[in-house]
Write a protein that binds this ligand. Structure first.
Ligand SMILES: [Zn+2]
Length: 183
């Protein structure tokens, strides 16, 4: 069944990392709790029971601003790959998450930390060849804020549930580049 994109009252996705999407059961529950309001409807997705029949929204907006953690992003392997656009920071090639690994610019054995500022995406070959040596990555690692990371996310392939999501997939003037609409 279909997912619903959840927007905040300013008509921005509630989250990009990952995209704020709920399944239809959650969507119906939030509608009954009066937490969200439909913005766009799926043309032919109806929820029906003996007591009700309603059209499932493809996009819905929340009534209240709830507290999203915009501005701060916690370090994670996946988000670091997003920051680096899945590009090995030594050879410059693009890889899948499976083919990438975390490289500590200052090696762990020299006290290098696992952090935004000391870690870059590296393919396994480069990581092996680098070992405990100090190599200069193509882009110096940095701690991104939510918006910088969301903008990077939009440069990567993104799967959307319905074409009505497209106008909302933007951050700071950047729009989604490589959209795939789930059939
Ligand atoms: Zn590499």
């Amino acid at each position: 069944m279909s997912d619903t994109l959840i927007l905040t009252p300013d008509y921005q996705p509630a989250d990009f990392l990952p995209l704020s999407v709920v399944d239809w059961q959650t969507c119906i529950r939030l509608m009954f709790l009066d937490k969200i309001q439909p913005v766009h409807l799926y043309e032919n997705r109806w929820i029906s029971s003996p007591k009700l029949k309603l059209q499932l929204p493809s996009v819905a907006v929340t009534r209240d601003h709830f507290n999203f953690r915009k501005g701060r992003v916690r370090y994670s392997r996946h988000l670091m790959y997003v920051r680096d656009l899945f590009t090995c920071q030594y050879c410059g090639e693009i890889f899948t998450a499976r083919e990438l690994s975390i490289d500590h610019v200052i090696p762990k054995c020299e006290g290098g930390k696992t952090s935004w500022e000391n870690c870059v995406s590296s393919c396994r070959d480069c990581n092996l060849r680098k070992g405990n040596k100090r190599w200069r990555p193509i882009n110096a690692p940095f701690k991104p804020d939510y918006y910088a990371l969301a903008a990077r996310r939009l440069e990567l392939p993104i799967q959307v549930g319905h074409e009505s999501w497209l106008p909302y997939l933007q951050v700071g003037g950047k729009t989604a580049q490589r959209v795939q609409i789930r059939g």
